[in-house]
Design a protein around this ligand. Structure first.
Ligand code: ADP
Length: 455
């Protein structure tokens, strides 16, 4: 069922229930009131009749009958019977129309003193009248035609009012539900036109104040993030294929060179050496790409534990020096940590080592003296590690892009590299709730700082 119809249905059911309860209450209260009032009227009539009969000497039965007949409205079909101690009828206001009653009613009246009951369509009241030791039972009965007609009228009015109320509620419910959901339909239509090819399109956010405006706004934010992700993916793929093509082209031309003429043993060794270098480069690149694409996607599955930053730095230093013995890595403290936990971070040692290795490697690679100074400092919430070099530096344009995959600044192109180390490092540090900062001056050197929350 559509939301519009569901809202209209629920709304109509609620209003119909309220109207129904309201109408039934009004009807029952009025019916009760009418009956009570009519019984009271009959009681008054019974008392007046018996008082006339007994107390007013000037009025005898035949005169009372005449009075009764002339005052009783035939419309009410009113009758009064008076019985003595022996249950003998001593007075009847009418001769022809009798009151239908159970004989036991007279005894009941003597016991209860006052009885309200019914005789067919008529209301019937029984009263005990005590006069000088003589107990008379008076039965008065009448049909409240006017009152019942009024009740019938009320029933029709309430019934039709109820139906009309429900009808109007259904129509208004459908109208207003449709009206309120109209913007959702519009958003739905707009969303249907958005595909992977036109992610640049945005939803109309309207005045932005209601929930639907907020929905459109949030959807636009999602679209923006998706668009960015798509763009990154696109540029990543194009850069990756470009990076892969260069060493593959080099490999191909070397192989062609080797095939074209018979190489001398020295040339052969040279070609093989070049092939090996290019293959190594390809392996390095595809490993990095794989790491970037797969490992970082499955970060949730990585186990994090308390890792000491000094250990990470020494491991990275050892690995770097064994691969590039000409590099120099000096590790030191700026301040001696006040507590042991100040250099303990919650993280993955392998990944953090990769970050340290990349920053040490870059610092040494881009410095003529191949030296990096690594300094550890702490405060009460974070552990900071600076990687300082006196190398070629990065210009202000480069600083804005160095964390993008495959970006390499102009002055770095003569050095070996793919431009993905820093983007991997940044993702790893962000995973550890940290940040990487950089300060640099061309020709003077750079400082990369990793800031991580400690335990
Ligand atoms: P790669 O070093 O393989 O090119 P990175 O992602 O590690 O890739 O670095 C991206 C770019 O940032 C480098 O190409 C270089 O332009 C710049 N860069 C990084 N570290 C330094 C540094 N210590 N000194 C100067 N430039 C740097």
């Amino acid at each position: 069922m559509k939301i519009k119809n569901r809202i209209a249905l629920q709304f109509s059911l609620i209003v119909a229930s309220i109207l129904l309860v309201f109408s039934v209450t009004i009807y029952l209260t009025s019916a009760n009131f009418r009956q009570e009032e009519f019984f009271e009227r009959l009681k008054k009539k019974a008392r007046t009749t018996v008082r006339f009969l007994i107390k007013v000497k000037e009025v005898d039965k035949s005169l009372l009958k005449i009075i009764d007949r002339n005052t009783l409205t035939a419309l009410y079909d009113e009758k009064v019977l008076v019985f003595n101690n022996q249950n003998q009828l001593i007075y009847a206001s009418v001769d022809d129309q009798v009151i239908h009653y159970q004989p036991s009613l007279l005894d009941e009246v003597r016991q209860e003193k006052e009885v309200e009951t019914f005789s067919g369509d008529n209301e019937l009241v029984g009263l005990l009248y005590d006069e000088d030791g003589e107990q008379l039972v008076v039965l008065a009965s009448a049909n409240d035609r006017f009152g019942k007609n009024k009740m019938l009228n009320l029933r029709y009015t309430l019934g039709w009012g109820l139906l009309a109320g429900i009808g109007v509620t259904v129509v208004l419910g459908i109208f207003f539900a449709g009206q309120s959901l109209q913007p959702i339909n519009r958003i739905n239509q707009e969303i249907q036109t958005i595909t992977a090819k036109n992610l640049r399109q945005r939803l109309n956010e309207g005045p932005r104040q209601d929930e639907i405006g907020q929905l459109a706004m949030n959807f636009n934010l999602v679209l923006e993030r998706l668009e960015q992700a798509f763009d990154q993916q696109r540029s990543f793929v194009s850069h990756a294929s470009h990076e892969l093509r260069t060493p593959l082209a080099a490999l191909k031309s070397e192989i062609q060179l080797g095939m074209r003429r018979k190489p001398s043993p020295d040339e052969y060794t040279e070609i093989m050496k070049n092939l090996l270098e290019d293959t190594d480069r390809l392996i390095g690149l595809s490993n990095s790409l794989l790491f970037l694409a797969r490992t970082l996607e499955n970060l949730d599955q990585l186990t994090l534990k308390a890792v000491r930053m000094e250990d990470v730095l020494f491991l990275a230093q050892e690995e770097l020096i064994s691969a590039r013995p000409q590099y120099r890595v000096a590790i030191d403290y700026v301040n001696i940590p006040e507590a042991e936990t100040e250099t303990l971070v919650q993280g993955n040692e392998e990944l953090l080592k990769r970050v340290a290795l990349n920053l040490m490697d870059n610092a040494c690679k881009y410095s003529p003296d191949h030296r990096v100074e690594v300094q550890i400092r702490t405060d009460n919430s974070h552990c900071w590690v600076d990687f300082r070099d006196q190398g070629i530096g990065i210009d202000s344009e480069g600083i804005q892009h160095i964390f993008e995959p495959f970006y390499r600044s102009g002055n770095a192109k003569i050095y070996e590299g793919f431009g993905i180390g820093l983007s991997i490092s940044q993702r790893i540090v962000e995973l550890h709730q940290g940040i990487i900062l950089v300060e640099s001056q061309t020709g003077r050197g750079s400082v990369f700082t990793v800031k991580l929350p400690h335990l």
